[in-house]
Write a protein that binds this ligand. Structure first.
Ligand code: 13P
Ligand code: SF4
Length: 353
């Protein structure tokens, strides 16, 4: 798929990315109490990503679910005993939950919530690319379809990608990386591994601009700059901290700075503000008018998760994730490798502490 074709496809998907209607406080309260009752009655747990609406994040917290990055979402759904997992996020997150928990029912407020990285990496084209490079270990980002994962040796998320690539590089393995070119370039730069890259990108992070960020840094020289590695290289180069959503939240809590400039989806501000209420958070500039994303610095697909469709899926059970058994088994292997690797990594960290 060429980049031009990729953009056209993303625009087609975006045409369906309808954001939920704004609700009054009374409507919200009514929906929230019905959702809480449904979660209980159906033995369901709500797992939400940091980019979803604050109302959804709050509900997940209040009902014993979790709000997390994509790695922790996978881990939580895997260890929680509830028979139904409701994933508020984007499609690949629901698929990951189903791959890891075939016996559980996995629901999403809408199955139409996708991701530009997933769209830009069709399984058939990706398989052909892999076939051309049989000597390379295939490492794919979690933001991919189950079919793409099934073709991989390893799955990674932004919080463990560098450690896994470093591990493979130390074993002398050459890597085929997909789909995010910016995250891939960042990992290649930090690990110096031999990586062949697919050229996908995130339409939200790609909009962060070097020049605007440089100007903002000059305006607030005391501020620490936090950047998600899906951003372009020039933007990443201006960062004090580069990391996954949970690593950026951790930086706001632990760094001594009073002010932070944040280059990632602005849904993350809810959790940052909650955990570090005294800190000032500033959105890194995006392209603004005329940008390819409809709502810059906010993922249009994450924004499709709302209270109304969350209640609806609990009542109707219609937006359920299904994955063919054979495909699921193939996709499970690289996912399990990631979870086992990160579990042993955490053990080592705990052992050194
Ligand atoms: P995290 O793994 O950092 O949560 O990122 C997921 C994502 O989609 C970022 O755009
Ligand atoms: Fe995908 Fe970007 Fe949205 Fe994350 S923010 S889900 S990478 S489109």
């Amino acid at each position: 798929m060429t980049q031009a074709e990729d953009r056209i496809l993303v625009q087609e998907y975006l045409a369906h990315a309808a954001e939920p209607q704004p609700l009054s406080d009374e409507e919200k309260a009514e929906l929230e109490s019905r959702i809480k009752a449904e979660l209980k009655a159906r033995d369901a747990v709500l797992v939400a990503h940091y980019y979803t609406d604050p109302d959804i994040q709050r509900l997940a917290e209040e009902t014993g679910g979790c709000v997390a990055d994509s790695l922790e979402m996978a881990r939580f759904g895997n260890r929680h005993p509830a028979s139904t997992v409701v994933v508020a996020g984007v499609r690949f997150m629901g698929e990951t939950a189903k791959i890891l928990n075939p016996e559980k029912r996995v629901l999403m407020p809408t199955l139409e919530a996708t991701c530009s990285l997933d769209i830009g990496c069709p399984a058939d084209e990706f398989a052909a690319f892999c076939d051309q490079h049989p000597d390379r270990t295939v490492v794919v980002y979690a933001n991919t379809s189950a079919a793409v994962k099934a073709r991989a040796d390893w799955v990674v998320t932004s919080s463990c990608a560098a450690a896994i690539v470093e591990h493979l590089d130390a074993r002398g393995e050459k890597i085929l990386w997909a789909p995010d070119q910016h995250l891939g370039n960042y990992i290649r730069k930090t690990t110096r591994a031999d990586m062949l890259m697919w050229d996908g990108s995130c339409i939200v992070h790609e909009e962060f601009k070097f020049r605007g960020l440089e100007d903002l840094k000059a305006l607030y020289p005391d501020a620490a700059v936090l950047v998600h590695p899906e951003s372009p290289e020039a933007v990443v180069d201006l960062a004090d901290v580069v990391g996954s959503t949970s690593q950026l939240i951790n930086a706001v809590q632990t760094m001594p700075n009073e002010r932070f400039i944040v280059a990632t989806d602005n849904g993350i501000f809810y959790k940052m503000q909650q955990l570090a209420p005294g800190k000032t958070l500033i959105e890194a500039p995006t392209a603004g008018n005329g940008a390819t994303c409809r709502s810059c610095a906010h993922c249009p697909w994450m924004a499709m998760n709302g209270l109304e469709n969350l209640l609806q899926v609990l009542e109707r059970g219609d937006q359920e994730v299904f994955i063919d058994d054979a495909l699921r088994e193939d996709a499970l292997r690289p996912l399990r490798r990631m979870l086992d690797f990160t579990a042993s990594m955490n053990l080592k960290v705990a052992g050194n502490a």
